[in-house]
Design a protein around this ligand. Structure first.
Ligand code: CA
Length: 443
C-alpha cells in the first residue's frame, strides 16, 4: 500500500499543485459538526477497553444509509478491540459528504490528461525551489540526524515535503474520519476506508495523535506535512523529537523522519541516484525504452552517455531502465531502483519524476540539458481512447480503453512504430494517432 491510495493521491496532487486550489476544497464543508444538544447524554457510555462487541449509539446524521453503515462498523470496530469512547469520538457527529461531491473528486484526475512534464514543471516553481533551499538550511541539524538514521538523502525528503504540503504551508482542512466514513458508507473501497478509520482509532488510543488533529486532512484523508494515510502513519510514523506524539501536522522533524522511515522500509538504497539524465545517439533503437532493466554498461555500450560527465560514476554496476517521458522529443533518463521507491509514496511516474527533479534542484544539481517539448499538442482524452482502440484492433494490446496513456499504451505504440520502421519512442502525437487510425481502417 502506498502512503496514499493512488487515485486519491493523484487527484489531491492535481489540486495541491496549484497551491491555494486546495483551500477551496471540494469537500470544504468538512469537519465534525457540533453535536446536537443532548446527543452526548442519550447513550450511557459503555465500559471501555474490552474486546467484546458493544452497541455504540450515535446522533443521527440525517442519512439513513450512512447511519446504518456507521452502527454496523462501530460494532465491528468495538469487536476488534477499539474502546467505545474512541469509536464515538471518531464517528459521532459526522455528516456524510454528498455522494455527488465524492464522485466529482474522484473524476478530477487532471494530470492524466496533462503531459508528464507539465506536472514536473509546475512542481519546479522558483518559489518551491527557493523555499526548499531555505528549509534545508534552517533545519540542517534535523536533516543531518534523519539522514544518519534513515537511507534517503535530505533533498528527496525536502522535495516530498514541498510537494505534499508546500513545506507544511498547507495540510488540508477536511475531517479525515468524515471523508473516509463517507466513502465506506457508499461502498467505495469499503475495506480500505474502514481500515483507515480503524488506524485512526488505534493512533488515538496509543496517544500518538488526538481526534482534533484528524480534522486537518486532505479531502482524501491524507494527513499532515507529508500527507500520510492513517494506516501508513500507524505503521511508519516516527516521533523524531521524542515528545511521545507523532505530530506530522506541526513538527517538521516528525513528518520528515516518518517519510524517511517509510522510504527506507520500501527499499531506498543509500547513495544511489533516483535517475541520471542521458543523451541518446542518432539511430538509437528507442524500443529499448519499454521498461526493461539492463546493467548500466549495457546501456552505455549502446551509446547512451550521461549528460554530466561523471553522471554515472559509481552506478556502473547497477541496473537501470530507460525512461522517455517525452519520447524522442525531450529529456531522457536512466531510472534506478530509488525511482520505484519514490513511487511507493505515490504510484505515478509523473509524481516520482517531479520529486526527483525537485530534489536535484534543491541539491543544486544542473538543470536538464534538453527542454520539454511544450509546443507539441497532446492528445485529448477522447483521442487517447481512439489511439488505444486502434492499437487494440491491430493486435498491439494497449490494454483498457480508458484514455489514460500509461506504460501499456506506450508499449503498444512502440511495437506499432517498430513494425513500420518509425522511431519507436511510444510517444502519442496527433500524427501517430492518424497513422494508427489509418492502419486500423485498412486492416
Ligand atoms: Ca513528536
Amino acid at each position: 500500500m502506498s502512503v496514499r491510495s493512488c487515485f486519491l493521491a493523484l487527484a489531491t496532487m492535481a489540486a495541491c499543485l496549484g497551491l491555494g486550489a486546495c483551500e477551496s476544497g471540494r469537500l470544504a464543508e468538512g469537519g465534525p459538526l457540533p453535536k446536537p444538544p443532548g446527543a452526548d447524554a442519550a447513550p450511557p457510555p459503555a465500559a471501555s477497553g474490552t474486546a467484546s462487541a458493544r452497541y455504540v449509539s450515535f446522533s443521527s446524521s440525517g442519512d439513513a444509509a450512512f447511519d446504518a453503515w456507521r452502527s454496523d462498523f462501530a460494532s465491528r470496530a468495538s469487536q476488534a478491540g477499539r474502546r467505545t469512547e474512541t469509536v464515538r469520538s471518531v464517528l459521532d457527529g459526522l455528516i456524510p459528504v454528498e455522494a455527488a461531491v465524492q464522485t466529482q473528486s474522484f473524476d478530477n484526475q487532471a494530470e492524466f490528461v496533462k503531459p508528464i512534464w507539465e506536472y514536473a514543471r509546475s512542481a519546479l516553481s522558483p518559489s518551491r525551489i527557493a523555499n526548499g533551499r531555505a528549509r534545508l538550511s534552517a533545519l540542517d541539524t534535523v536533516f543531518a540526524a534523519i539522514e544518519s538514521a534513515y537511507a534517503p538523502p535530505r533533498e528527496i525528503l525536502a522535495a516530498i515535503w514541498g510537494m505534499e504540503s508546500s513545506y507544511g504551508g498547507f495540510i488540508g482542512t477536511d475531517d479525515a474520519p468524515r471523508v473516509l466514513a463517507s466513502q465506506a458508507a457508499i461502498g467505495r473501497r469499503k475495506d480500505f476506508n474502514e481500515g483507515e478509520l480503524l488506524a485512526i482509532m488505534q493512533l488515538i488510543e496509543q496517544g500518538a495523535a488526538s481526534r482534533d488533529q484528524f480534522a486537518r486532512a486532505s479531502w482524501a484523508g491524507a494527513l499532515g506535512q507529508t500527507q500520510f494515510m492513517p494506516s501508513s502513519l500507524l505503521q511508519y510514523g516516527r516521533d523524531f523529537d521524542g515528545d511521545g506524539r507523532i505530530d506530522i501536522w506541526s513538527t517538521p522533524g516528525d513528518a520528515l523522519a516518518s517519510a524517511a522511515n517509510y522510504l527506507s522500509a520500501f527499499g531506498w538504497r543509500r547513495g544511489q541516484p533516483w535517475a541520471v539524465e542521458i543523451r541518446i545517439p542518432d539511430g538509437f533503437d528507442y524500443s529499448l525504452g519499454d521498461g526493461r532493466r539492463l546493467p548500466v554498461s549495457a546501456w552505455t555500450s549502446r551509446g547512451l552517455l550521461p549528460v554530466a560527465e561523471s553522471g554515472l560514476a559509481g552506478s556502473e554496476a547497477l541496473e537501470a531502465e530507460l525512461f522517455l517521458p517525452a519520447g524522442s522529443y525531450g529529456p531522457a533518463f536512466l531510472l534506478f531502483e530509488n525511482f520505484r521507491t519514490i513511487k511507493r509514496y505515490n504510484n505515478a511516474d509523473s509524481y516520482a519524476l517531479a520529486i526527483g527533479l525537485l530534489a536535484d534542484q534543491l541539491a543544486g544539481r544542473p538543470q536538464l540539458s534538453r527542454p520539454w517539448p511544450v509546443n507539441i499538442r497532446m492528445l485529448t482524452r477522447e483521442e487517447a481512447r481512439d489511439l488505444q482502440q486502434g492499437l487494440n484492433a491491430l493486435g498491439y494490446n494497449a490494454g483498457a480503453v480508458d484514455g489514460v496513456i500509461g506504460r501499456g499504451t506506450r508499449g503498444a505504440l512502440q511495437r506499432f512504430q517498430k513494425d513500420r520502421a518509425l522511431t519507436a519512442d511510444g510517444f502519442p502525437t496527433p500524427d501517430m494517432l492518424g497513422r494508427v487510425k489509418d492502419a486500423s481502417r485498412d486492416s
